[in-house]
Design a binder for this molecule. Structure first.
Ligand code: SF4
Ligand code: FES
Length: 249
């Protein structure tokens, strides 16, 4: 395949960015989207030009590092799929593909397609942890958790912190991300010690980092590569209201 690419280039956080045109030749349908970009970069490096900066790590859909908006959709057109798992068979010879970084005030562009997602780390540091008493590890069977509860908690724990939910939201809200973490921990006995402190601290940190609020658009759920349901946001809101009513812990 020969593909026409429009790729966001931006030299640094304060530089002006623009879409630049590139051509990708000899693209195999079996390539992943990131492998296609690797081939484009090899061509640029051979010509002595600056390679396109983009993030990736596992390339297996588990680390949440890859972060490209493909034709206006975070992670591209396949549902429940990270951009590293998107394959070029999804496109046709002669297609034009626009590739941009996540766009949100809380995720400033570092260079080209790379954004700074340390705001998510700050939210996790504010409350996404549990306290554990010292001593020997208790036997797993001593903490009984109904199957349905453990399954729901583990579904929430599937969030890989990629930030696509923020990129898709017109409010740049981090609610789906936060609600996945809060649901995961609030549902389990191990998460009860900080339960109410956690939700208040995480929401406060998200506000401080400039994420918007939720207006129930559902765009986050639609692009989430782990298909985290928006019902988690309702659970987070209930947790928040309970925490406020209980007073500052
Ligand atoms: S909720 Fe989904 S889209 Fe948002 S950070 Fe987690 S995995 Fe990514
Ligand atoms: S590179 Fe790890 S999820 Fe895409």
């Amino acid at each position: 395949m020969r593909l026409h690419l429009k790729i966001w280039r931006q030299a640094g956080p304060t530089a002006a960015g623009r879409l630049e045109d590139y051509t990708a030749d000899d693209v195999s349908a079996d390539m992943s989207f990131l492998e296609m970009l690797d081939v484009v970069n090899e061509g640029l490096v051979r010509q002595g030009r600056d390679a396109i900066a983009f993030d990736s790590d596992c390339r297996e859909g588990i680390c949440g590092t890859c972060s490209l908006v493909v034709n206006g959709i975070p992670h591209g057109p396949d549902r429940g799929t990270t951009v590293c798992q998107l394959h070029m068979r999804r496109f046709k010879d002669g297609n034009t593909i626009t590739i941009e970084p996540w766009r949100a005030r809380a995720f400033p562009v570092v260079k080209d397609l790379v954004v700074d997602r340390s705001a998510f780390d700050r939210i996790i540091a504010a409350g996404g942890y549990v306290s554990v008493n010292c001593g020997g590890a208790p036997d797993g069977n001593t903490v009984l958790i109904p199957k349905e509860v453990s399954e729901t908690a583990m579904d929430s724990a599937a969030c890989i912190g990629c930030g696509a939910c923020v990129a898709a939201c017109k409010n740049a809200s981090a609610h789906l991300f936060m609600s996945a973490k809060i649901s995961h921990l609030a549902l389990l006995p191990q998460g009860q010690v900080e339960r109410y402190r956690r939700v208040l601290a995480m929401v406060e940190q998200a506000d401080a980092d400039g994420f918007g609020s939720c207006s129930n658009e559902g765009e986050c759920e639609a692009v989430c590569p782990k298909e985290i349901p928006i019902a988690n946001i309702a659970r987070m809101t209930r947790e928040y209201v309970r925490a406020v009513l209980r007073g500052n812990p």
